[in-house]
Design a binder for this molecule. Sequence first.
Ligand SMILES: [Zn+2]
Length: 120
Amino acid sequence: MDELEEVKLLVEEAEAIRLKDLEGLEQEECAQNMNISRSTFSRLLDIARHKVAGALLNGKAIRIEGGNYEMAVRRFRCLEGHEWEVSFETMISAPPALCPECNTRSIMPLFTPITGHGKG
Ligand SMILES: [Zn+2]
């Protein structure tokens, strides 16, 4: 048996690399895109790049699996007022198109306010 060793990459780490290295966005934009702080994004990217570099140089496979970042969850609301949460993983693979309660297509994402950015 010669199994290929695997390096596990969390979805948010994969997303960090995708935004920064594939899409070529600035760190600031990437962080906003993922709804996380710039320093968190920077740390995430470091970890992700380290894992990918290690996999490349050591001939390991890369497996992307579910992460569990708190801010990775997005809330949605439909016109009828139903609210539900969508995991980051789902956001990437199959973003919601309709409300799970009433099936209306009139839905919109709710962006959770970032701490320290209060509205008066
Ligand atoms: Zn609804």
